[in-house]
Design a protein around this ligand. Structure first.
Ligand SMILES: Cc1cc2nc3c(=O)[nH]c(=O)nc-3n(C[C@H](O)[C@H](O)[C@H](O)COP(=O)(O)OP(=O)(O)OC[C@H]3O[C@@H](n4cnc5c(N)ncnc54)[C@H](O)[C@@H]3O)c2cc1C
Ligand SMILES: NC(=O)c1ccc[n+]([C@@H]2O[C@H](COP(=O)([O-])OP(=O)(O)OC[C@H]3O[C@@H](n4cnc5c(N)ncnc54)[C@H](OP(=O)(O)O)[C@@H]3O)[C@@H](O)[C@H]2O)c1
Length: 312
């Protein structure tokens, strides 16, 4: 991997220079990726798997990889799709402790993934990308990065800049007048301070989005009193057959060979989810009927229109 000081080419080779090379010869590319969460790590994995003639660096502002799961540590933080589904299709895990695994477990999953495929060598931690400008003359991105350890500014360039900075990776306080004058403890789910003891405290919980509805049940037995501030309803689509629970030791080890003979195994829950759950069949039949009735209506309406307004 080249580092930030890799000399950039002084003369841009004209596109026609490649004509003299053999077909399919890889042009050398330097790629910069912003972020080392799930997206950045997958980019690294796929580039490494499929290409040779490249340099890659993932600039990551945090002190560790995994993005969302490195940052979100509030009580009750889990994924909200079954953990067996929240994995790379090519990298299943059978060690999840529960249907919806905790943030720590998911962070570990991505750390293990990076270690297994030697992806950490691409990651520059505590480096925050602060500016990127396309230089048309040089046909390269000029990227400015703050080294958060020593405060220096690093300049780098690349052919391809990938933004894997995370669409949710920008938390903020709600816009409440006087919030800055509040004398109590302020906690944000995206920057949870786990050293704060909620025991015996009166907690005001703002919001009932995905984070709010996970925090409430997780702290309600700890806090003395909780007052929730809610603007509207929360809509959650029903999930059947995959209620949250901790897997038994036996279940974690019950596996079934993949029908196609690939090196995969599933826990009981996933087998149920994928193959047997009656509710999924019922749901499919419901949507099938609903769509079919729409088509019948559409078909009849078209025929009626045709008979009323025949084309000459
Ligand atoms: C609490 C929570 C639970 C979620 N649960 C689910 C779920 O159950 N299922 C699901 O599908 N999705 C879920 N999501 C969405 C989740 O964010 C994505 O599934 C996925 O993890 C996003 O990965 P990412 O790499 O795109 O972004 P992120 O995980 O946000 O990673 C982006 C990385 O880029 C870094 N970065 C950002 N800007 C810069 C910069 N300027 N310079 C350097 N580095 C930078 C960040 O530090 C971060 O590490 C959840 C999100 C949250 C917040
Ligand atoms: N998959 C998971 O398990 C999981 C868990 C957590 C987060 N996430 C993801 O992370 C993202 C952020 O989720 P989030 O729940 O942290 O934030 P969010 O989705 O923005 O929800 C914030 C909630 O707070 C409310 N709110 C804001 N200001 C308020 C105020 N002053 N008074 C009362 N209510 C107020 C909002 O109401 P209004 O909408 O009316 O403004 C909204 O319902 C989402 O995309 C979510 O999918 C996922």
């Amino acid at each position: 991997m080249a580092d930030a000081n890799t000399p950039e080419p002084s003369v841009v080779p004209p596109a026609c220079a490649r004509v003299s090379n053999p077909i399919h010869e890889e042009r050398h590319l330097r790629v910069i990726c912003i972020g080392a969460g799930a997206s950045g790590l997958l980019l690294a994995y796929k580039l490494q798997r499929s290409f040779e003639n490249f340099d890659l660096v993932l600039y990551e502002k945090n002190g560790g990889i995994s993005g969302t799961w490195y940052e979100n540590k509030y009580p009750g933080c889990t994924c909200d799709v079954p953990s067996h589904v929240y994995t790379w299709s090519f990298e299943p895990s059978t060690s999840w402790s529960s249907v919806y695994a905790s943030s720590d477990e998911i962070q570990k999953y991505f750390e293990n993934f990076a270690a297994k495929y030697d992806l950490n060598k691409y990651c520059k931690l505590k480096h925050e990308v602060s500016k990127a400008v396309w230089n048309e003359a040089k046909r390269r991105w000029e990227v400015e990065i703050h080294n958060l350890v020593d405060g220096t500014t690093v300049h780098d360039t690349c052919n391809i800049l990938v933004n894997a900075g995370g669409v949710l990776n920008s938390w903020r306080w709600p816009d409440i007048e006087g919030l800055d004058k509040y004398k109590g403890i302020l906690l944000h789910t995206a920057r949870w301070d786990s050293s704060v003891d909620l025991n015996g405290k009166h907690v005001g919980l703002i919001g009932n989005g995905s984070s709010g509805i996970q925090v409430l049940p997780a702290i309600h037995s700890e806090a003395r009193k909780i007052t929730t501030f809610i603007c509207g309803s929360t809509w959650v689509s029903p999930v059947q057959g995959v209620d949250q629970r901790v897997y038994t030791v036996e279940e974690r080890h019950v596996t079934s060979p993949d029908p196609k003979g690939r090196n995969r195994s599933y826990t009981v829950d996933v087998l149920l989810l994928l193959h047997y759950a009656k509710c999924h069949g019922d749901c499919r039949a419901y949507f099938f009927d609903a769509i079919r009735s729409i088509f019948i209506f559409f078909f009849c309406a078209m025929n009626l229109l045709r008979s009323l307004f025949p084309l000459s």
